[in-house]
Design a protein around this ligand. Structure first.
Ligand code: PLP
Length: 402
């Protein structure tokens, strides 16, 4: 913002943070895309990333770039963090954070339900680097506390968790994490900065897939980590520059443009999700439906405490065999697309079979597998409710469900 104006409301920050008209010094109404891979003042900085300091000018776009810097400033302002760092995808952001904060001999505590790619990274790749992982039901605070070890360096939770929308109590888990001498990172992709402020609740890092609600239009991949200045500077040096997952300035520009409408989109996603949740809850073919904004959600009280916007993602399971219904919906839906991803302007629905995800991604057994099945049945329909008129979404579901 410009010097004279102090603005703290989210909707205004999505439009102005980091580039008030006076700072940008241009009559343009949208930020420039700095489509360059390098900058022509190499004498000002040493050649190695190890010589990089906060005062270093833009040098090479894998290090930093003005379009990325604007996005980072805006995200930090929205999350109430000191600094942010953008990446080429949500997975690039999360893997960079894990590899920066965890070394051989360290231990990660991870919510046992989270985006499948994160679960697979933790279960299949981190152990190859000598990092031990304990996956735990993060909705159960005693289980989180019991999972902590003397070498636990990071606790990573996703709330609401993809795909079943189970919640974790960020403030309580931050206390457990810090008592154990570790740091807490929270993936708040589904709730967005307009729903939850993990840093204010005690988290050390917030991570986002910018591909989802923040970008909002399904046209760009991106990711970000937001936290304290010192840690983000170390992450830039230790993981962004050397692992190389930098965001493209074009994608950053698309994400900045999407971010400008995040506030009205999230309001509308929530309004529509409320209508669809009520419709599904009454539908004879639906076994259960989960949306944090509904009193039917088992953790609705926590959602009310922790979320200011309940987002547009819901999950439901069917009374009949889920796979057959998924094929029927994929064939019959006309307004809603049967597709992966979430957080786009248009409605998206996708079926995730329980046996598959437990085996290939979450590796859950015994009581934890039973608890997942209690929510998801034989599979969960993840429904990213879009911005279409809710009557049209309901009519489409009605005809497709049969
Ligand atoms: N976190 C969550 C909650 C997600 O849903 C996803 C992707 O679906 C990711 C992280 C990974 O993000 P990306 O696809 O941008 O790598």
């Amino acid at each position: 913002m410009n010097d004279q104006t102090s603005v703290s409301h989210d909707a205004t920050l999505t439009l102005h943070a980091g580039a008030g008209p006076r700072e940008i010094g241009l009559p343009a109404s949208s930020p420039p895309v700095m489509a360059t891979s390098f900058f022509t003042h190499p004498d000002a900085v040493g050649f190695s990333a190890n010589d990089l300091n906060e005062a270093a000018p833009h040098f090479y776009t894998r290090w930093s770039n003005p379009t990325l810097a604007l996005l980072e400033t805006r995200l930090a302002a929205l999350e109430g963090g000191e600094a942010a760092l953008s990446f080429t995808s949500g997975m690039a952001a999360i893997s960079a954070l894990f590899l920066d904060r965890l070394s051989s001999g360290d231990h990660l505590v991870l919510s046992n339900v989270c985006y499948a790619g994160v679960a697979e990274l933790a279960h299949d790749i981190l152990p190859k680097h000598g990092i031990a992982v304990t996956a735990v039901d993060a909705s159960n605070l005693e289980a989180v506390a019991a999972a902590m070890r003397s070498n636990t360096k990071l606790v990573h939770v996703e709330t609401p968790a993809n795909p079943i929308l189970r919640l974790s109590d960020i403030a309580a888990i931050a206390k457990i994490t810090h008592a154990g001498g570790a740091e807490l990172s929270v993936d708040a992709t589904i709730s967005t900065p307009l729903g939850t402020k993990p840093l204010a609740l005690g988290a050390d890092y917030v991570v986002h897939s910018l591909t989802k609600y923040i970008g909002g239009h399904g046209d760009a991949l991106g990711g970000a980590v937001i936290g304290r200045q010192e840690q983000i500077a170390a992450l830039r040096k230790g993981s962004l520059i050397h692992l190389g997952g930098s965001l493209s300035p074009f994608a950053a520009w698309l994400i900045l443009r999407g971010l400008e409408t995040l506030a009205p989109r999230m309001m509308m996603h929530e309004v529509n999700a409320r209508r669809i949740e009520a419709f599904l809850a009454d539908h004879p073919k639906v076994r259960s439906v989960f949306w944090p904004g509904s009193p039917r959600h088992p953790q609705h009280e926590l959602a009310q405490r922790q979320m200011r916007n309940f987002s547009g993602l819901l999950a439901f399971s069917a009374k009949e065999e889920g796979g057959a219904l998924a094929r029927q919906l994929a064939e019959q839906l006309r307004v809603v697309s049967y597709a992966v991803s979430l957080g786009k302007t248009k409605s998206l629905l996708f079926y995730i079979p329980t046996d598959d995800v437990l085996r290939s991604s979450f590796h859950l057994e015994g009581a934890e597998a039973r608890s997942y099945r209690d929510w998801a049945g034989d599979g969960v329909f993840r429904f990213s409710v879009g911005l279409e008129d809710p009557d049209d979404i309901i009519a489409d579901l009605e005809q497709a469900l049969g």
